[in-house]
Write a protein that binds this ligand. Structure first.
Ligand code: F6R
Length: 365
């Protein structure tokens, strides 16, 4: 089987990507460490937290929202656009996340948040964001540079957890995340390249989906991991994927499936052992209907662990390996994202926006 041939992983882009993949779990710990230097001014009246960021950086808010769903009294809003909605007022804490620090949408939202007087902190590796935050007096966590933004998600997530727990805004200890990281190492080991297809779930899933548009189905706790898998398949494996969640799937999507789609579409379902009974029943029923009755390829990825953070981290690690193996099956370079780059650079309004921001804060773009 192709994915079991270890020389496949000798090509430079595969080696480079694998190195970042293998370092992901340590990234959470490193991110937490990078955040030790900053502490937020005490804000007693915070009513919600808004994450500002797009793409790989934007996922940080989605994942944190799921990890801490049961551990906080405040809602987390993930805002992925230039302009802030008007309901965000001074009692909302903004967390600005841009790995490159040069993303026009995020910088625009940061400046709007600053002008609206929102308390804020940032997470970045540098760029224009670092420069303007210094001018605005906004604390930033600087994470290590030189990674792919999507592979720096653990660093940025670790940093966010550390700052928010220290500020008492989420009731989670840094030790809980550390524990989840250690637990997720088992999941990572089980999908490593030396583990053969027969017992490697990530290789098995890649083998099922590599030549099909993939629908990722999940519920609640794992919905952000579903979104992460969609984005990783887009960026690493250069393929289309769709992310949908229960219960909506059974109220609309389900009507669209037919046996004729088995040649071009596949389904990946994200599961865990503590699903509420109704969700478990619904997902089981859906899997049987799609797989056995319609003949669609349905693969299941189970997030291991007893706590939410472990379930999320272990399924995310497996999903990231799925995207890597899928890239290998498709013969594409998992590192390069030329279209994203050319879209970002080709939008003249974005370049102007960055120039204006630099000019306003008197820094070099
Ligand atoms: C590239 C990637 C992209 C970027 C996005 C935003 O690896 O994942 O989705 O994350 O273009 O850029 P940053 O994260 O630098 O703000």
């Amino acid at each position: 089987m192709m994915l079991d041939e270890l020389n496949l992983y000798e090509k430079s882009e595969a080696r480079e990507f694998l190195a970042q993949l293998r370092a992901e779990l340590d990234g959470f710990l490193e991110g937490m460490k990078s955040a030790e230097a900053i502490s937020l001014k005490p804000h007693r009246n915070i009513t919600s937290i808004v994450f500002l960021g797009v793409g790989g950086s934007g996922i940080v808010g989605d994942l944190l929202s799921d990890i801490t769903a049961k551990r906080r009294d405040l809602p987390i809003i993930c805002h992925k656009d230039y302009s802030l909605p008007p309901y965000l007022t001074k009692d909302v804490l903004a967390v600005a996340v841009s790995y490159s620090g040069n993303t026009a949408e995020t910088l625009s939202a940061i400046v709007e948040a600053y002008d609206a007087g929102l308390p804020m902190f940032g997470i970045t590796s540098g760029g224009l964001m670092e420069k303007i935050c210094k001018k605005m007096g906004i604390p930033i966590v600087k994470v290590r540079d030189g990674l792919l933004p999507r592979m720096a998600v653990p660093h940025m997530l670790g940093a966010a957890v550390s700052v928010l727990t220290n500020a008492g805004l989420i009731k989670m200890s840094a030790d809980e995340l550390r524990n989840a990281v250690e637990n997720a190492r088992r999941a990572q080991e089980s999908v490593e390249v030396h583990v053969g297809l027969e017992s490697n779930i990530a290789k098995q899933v890649a083998n099922q989906i590599y030549n099909k548009v993939t629908f990722i189905y999940s519920h609640g706790l794992l919905s952000s991991v579903g979104y992460r898998l969609k984005c990783q398949l887009n960026e690493n494996a250069k393929m289309l994927a769709v992310n949908q969640c229960l219960p909506e799937i059974l109220h609309n999507d389900i009507e669209g499936w037919s046996p004729a789609l088995a040649n071009c579409l596949a389904v990946v379902v994200l599961r865990h052992k503590d699903e509420p009974l109704a969700v478990k029943e619904a997902l089981d029923r859906m899997e049987v209907f799609l797989g056995e009755q319609l003949g669609i390829s349905v693969s299941r990825i189970v997030g291991d662990g007893n706590d939410d953070a472990t379930k999320i981290l272990s399924s995310m690690v497996i999903c990231d390996y799925v995207s890597f193996y899928t890239a290998m099956m498709r013969g594409v370079n998992p590192i390069r994202v030329d279209r994203i780059k050319s879209m970002r650079e080709g939008i003249i309004s974005n370049s102007r926006l960055l120039e204006q921001v630099a000019k306003r804060f008197e820094v070099k773009p």
